[in-house]
Design a protein around this ligand. Structure first.
Ligand code: NDP
Ligand code: GDR
Length: 356
């Protein structure tokens, strides 16, 4: 019987970590994940795959760790001896990075370097393959449309600048030390597991709460930003495919279509039978329920960013050709799925609290 492959996932408690852990377990991997110590539970997304280590033959293990703690990372890599490392851990919120630029650089940029150095220090260059969670935010102020692996970068936030360092240090370690290391330049991908402060999930939760009579309106920032939104479940498969290639390389994963925040919100309200009528401009713009005239969306300038990324639209041709990867879910289908799931969640939450 051949030995099972071993994977180590940083950021296993996040959206992508949860989907990736499930995918790898389904493929027969032993999966190790790094989670941060927190004063409240942060394992909600992986509860269903958590296994009691006292049960016979466990396949999924969690380790306490942090991307800012090099000795801890070296020890975990030494203990687990992974065939594949997926580096998903990051301070991943663009707006928050303007408030915590130094921490973001430490976790997202130097954290990546620490992981690569762990591989070198332990002499695992020939054994361990490395995936880096790179991002379409690298393109920032778009230098061309659509954006591909050859489009120049122009980061527009401390987050993107930190991820730019991470991108290049991965390329450098591949070239300097022969590491099988790959950057997945992933455009926005969402799901019912998406963090609640990213715009899609913020909208779908608000729509569900408004529909159930538990919230009056939704406050948003820039309605005209355009994003190439795909489904997270499909994107983690692309990560795995990258590490199954004979060589490390860099790939864009995207859908090839772009949608405004405004359109995404309209789709979500339409899913619960509401049509939005817009009035006003800029910070004074509002979205009204066309049937009742009630205000459902207002602008809060607090959500405007010091520098914005106006337009992201990816060209996934290389991933399609080389990896055989394809997105399946459209942004519209994604919006509908997320609203339906949030409606179910909130129906349960509010009826448990006796409010429905
Ligand atoms: P999430 O924010 O959902 O998850 C981030 C994960 O990183 C969480 O598990 C979080 O832990 C962990 N983490 C944060 N800081 C540290 C730290 N200092 N040490 C250890 N772990 C830490 O992000 P996603 O799942 O959406 O994204 C995964 C990765 O892909 C990120 O690197 C993100 O920047 C990148 N990316 C995401 C895209 C997207 O659209 N989703 C697109 C392109 C790139 P905790 O749960 O405790 O907070
Ligand atoms: P993004 O995602 O910055 O693209 O980063 P986010 O959902 O936060 O913003 C998308 C766009 O929506 C606009 N916006 C708002 N955003 C938030 N969060 N809240 C609001 O109220 C709001 N109103 C409008 C934003 O200005 C922006 O233009 C995500 C993260 O997952 C990164 O980690 C990842 O690298 C990139 O996607 C690709």
């Amino acid at each position: 019987m051949s030995k099972k492959p071993v994977a180590l996932i940083t950021g296993v408690t996040g959206q992508d970590g949860a989907y990736l852990a499930q995918l790898l377990l389904d493929k027969g991997y032993i999966v190790h994940g790094i989670k941060r110590r927190s004063s409240s539970f942060n394992t909600g997304r992986i509860e269903h795959i958590y296994e009691d280590p006292h049960e016979p033959d466990p396949q999924f293990f969690l380790h306490y760790g942090d991307m800012t703690d090099a000795t801890n990372l070296v020890r975990i890599v030494q203990q687990t001896q992974p065939d594949e490392i997926y580096n998903l851990a990051a301070q991943s919120h663009v707006q928050v990075s303007f408030e915590t630029p130094e921490y973001t650089a430490n976790a997202d940029a130097i954290g990546t370097l620490r992981m690569l150095e762990a591989i070198r220090i332990l002499g695992l260059e020939k054994k361990t393959r490395f995936y880096q969670a790179s991002t379409s935010e690298l393109y920032g102020k778009a230098q061309e449309v659509p954006q591909s692996e050859t489009t120049p970068f122009y980061p527009r936030s401390p987050y993107a600048a930190a991820k730019l360092y991470a991108y290049w240090i991965v390329v450098n370690y591949r070239e300097a030390y022969g590491l099988h290391a790959s950057n997945g330049i992933l455009f926005n991908h969402e799901s019912p597991l998406r963090g609640e402060t990213f715009v899609t999930r913020k909208i779908t939760r608000a729509v569900a709460a408004i529909k159930l009579g538990q919230q009056d309106q939704l406050f948003l920032g820039n309605l005209d930003a355009k994003r190439d939104w795909g489904h997270a479940k499909e994107y983690v498969r692309g990560m795995w495919l990258m590490l199954q290639q004979p060589q490390g390389n860099d790939y864009v994963l995207a859908t090839g279509t772009t949608t405004t925040v405004r359109q995404f919100a309209e789709w979500c309200f339409a899913e619960v039978g509401m049509t939005i009528r817009w009035e006003g401009q800029g910070a004074d713009e509002k979205g009204f329920d066309a049937a009742t005239g009630k205000c459902l969306i207002s602008i809060d300038p607090r959500y405007f960013r010091p520098t914005e990324v106006d337009l992201l639209l990816g060209d996934p041709k290389k991933a399609e050709t080389v990896l055989g990867w394809r997105h399946e879910t459209s942004a519209h289908e994604l919006a509908r799925e997320m609203v339906r799931e949030d409606l179910k969640l909130m129906q349960k939450e509010f009826s448990d609290k006796g409010r429905l």
